[in-house]
Design a protein around this ligand. Sequence first.
Ligand code: SF4
Length: 235
Amino acid sequence: MLIWALKKTTLLDYPDKIATIIFTVWCNLRCGFCHNKEFVLPNEIKKIDDLIPEKIFFNFLKTKVWVLDWVVICWWEPTVHKDLYDFCKSIKDLWFLIKIDTNWQNPKILKKLINEKLVDYIAMDIKTSFLNYQKATWVKEDIENYKESIELLIKSWIDYEFRTTLVKGIHNLEDILEISKTISWSKKYYLQNFKGWNTLDDNFCWTSFSLEELYEFENICKKYVENVHIREYDQ
Ligand code: SF4
């Protein structure tokens, strides 16, 4: 696993539980509003030698077996790494719980991890409605993967959340209505507001929504998903 950074302890992901967060590199999508171009684009990653060796990470974990509860594997897209399965297995051998943040593009690996109980929580990005997906991600995608991943989570035994980073200029009320219908009956849905800085597209000029607009989106979602929340930061 290519580990760009490690946040050794945080209570942010789970109140009352201590997690460590691993930040990986590379992503299969090219969302114009992404804040992380230096880690998303392979040719922007200049200091590959500065990545944290797995051995150092596992040595750290072994010293924290009695302190940490969760390992969070996130940004920029964990499922693009072919060794994700083995990596999770090695973490599970140390009895940690695992959360993965993903953009849903690889349902096969997610299914394998869920079936073999190698993941305990998945946070899945839903960039926008089916029809407008390319507008948000700048990549032509197989929407069947999208549908498969959503269905997989809704039917799975593990805990999960869906989330969307809302950008004024990309999202509108129809998109949010469509997303809500697609994930109706799901457990949790978070609406996150875009913060416009250091975007992947240098000329990106779209903005964030006002709090009132976010509440309007929230009310639409609540018709289909019971548990909807607004997060004031985006990912
Ligand atoms: S916003 Fe997320 S999914 Fe989109 S390019 Fe950035 S890291 Fe990838």
